[in-house]
Design a protein around this ligand. Structure first.
Ligand code: A2P
Length: 317
């Protein structure tokens, strides 16, 4: 398995199991199947609403001797309603309790968007706090204190533009080592990947298969369909593999981590095996030509009329 390396010698297996949209009840078996298949990287978040089930299964797998805590990489994410410095550690501690762990390998700021304490999803503009009211660096300083306490080993961000990463790098004492962003053949983000790599920040590709199971409110009319793409189909046929494996293999070959979500045992195994698909230069060039800079997840939940965030300020483009 390809790995991503960190300065302190830690290594992250490139392919991890995504758990967004994995229902409680389903995620338990998905994690068992994944660990049995050889996954050693699980991507979680408080907002996914399933960390208690992930914790139950992690504890079982560790107790049963299937895997040790040190062998498995666990990522989680700070939700938008816990950006105020005094809310940061309690949110992390809750995640650790739910996951039944005493430390996380990686903790990410889920979105560069702040909500008032207690607001899970905003209903109107009053539910937001602006980044002037709660600057990202203040949230970050509270996260740095959690690293110093040994609650988390590495810090990162998610959904951050080059501009926001740059601003954070200027002020952070402990620099971010990961930016997790939507990434697939229709949203390749070459400039962001290059910038992050130059500054010692790895990329994790989320929604690498286009998250076709996302809730209806996050779907747009005329969303393109990765699974109908003739070029990806052609490359899959050439290598006698699935289209999903082409998309995951492409992400690995680009040097990013990638977290396909599945709750289906066969697909969980298939997705891990994507690391072995021998995509060649021609395949990579053909996929490079598919880029449309298309976001399936454009952050529309955060850009309600009249609030401090817009598509332009969210993505800085
Ligand atoms: P399922 O969980 O039933 O396997 P993303 O990782 O981009 O969020 O995409 C997740 C979606 O892709 C889910 O609907 C998931 O369904 C599906 N999926 C995961 N792996 C595969 C695969 N190998 N082939 C086809 N669909 C897949």
């Amino acid at each position: 398995m390809e790995t991503l390396q960190f300065k302190n010698g830690d290594v992250l297996p490139a392919i991890g199991l995504g758990t967004w949209k994995s229902e409680p009840g389903e995620v338990y078996h998905a994690v068992i199947e994944a660990i049995k298949a050889g996954y050693r990287h699980i991507d979680c978040a408080a907002i996914y609403g399933n960390e208690p089930e992930v914790g139950e299964v992690l504890q079982k797998m560790i107790t049963d001797g299937m895997v040790t805590r040190q062998e498995i990489w666990i990522t989680s994410k700070l939700w938008n309603s816990a950006h105020q410095p005094e809310d940061v550690k309690p949110a992390l501690v809750k995640t650790l309790q739910d996951l039944r762990l005493d430390y996380l390998d990686l903790y990410l700021v889920h979105w560069p968007v702040a909500l008032r304490s207690g607001i899970t999803y905003p209903k109107d503009a009053d539910d937001f706090l602006s980044l002037e009211e709660v600057p990202l660096i203040e949230t970050w300083k509270a996260l740095e204190a959690c690293v110093k306490e040994g609650l988390v080993k590495h810090l990162g961000v998610s959904n951050f533009s080059i501009k926001k990463v740059k601003a954070l790098l200027k002020e952070a004492e402990i620099p971010p080592v990961m930016n997790q962003v939507e990434m697939h053949p229709y949203l390749q983000q070459n400039a962001l990947v290059a910038y992050c790599n130059q500054h010692g920040i790895h990329i994790t590709a989320y929604s690498p298969l286009g998250s076709g199971d996302r809730p209806g409110r996050l779907k747009k009319e005329n969303d393109p369909q990765l699974f109908e793409d003739p070029t990806i189909r052609e490359i899959a046929d050439k290598h006698l593999c699935s289209m999903a494996q082409v998309m995951i293999g492409w992400a690995v070959k680009r040097g990013t981590a990638v977290i396909p979500k599945s709750v289906n045992p066969e697909r969980i195994r298939q997705n891990l095996a994507a690391a072995n698909i021998p995509l060649d230069t021609e395949d990579m060039q053909k996929i490079a030509a598919l880029d449309k800079h298309y976001r399936f997840l454009n952050g529309s939940l955060w850009t309600i009329e009249g609030n401090p965030y817009s598509q332009a300020t969210l993505w800085d483009e």
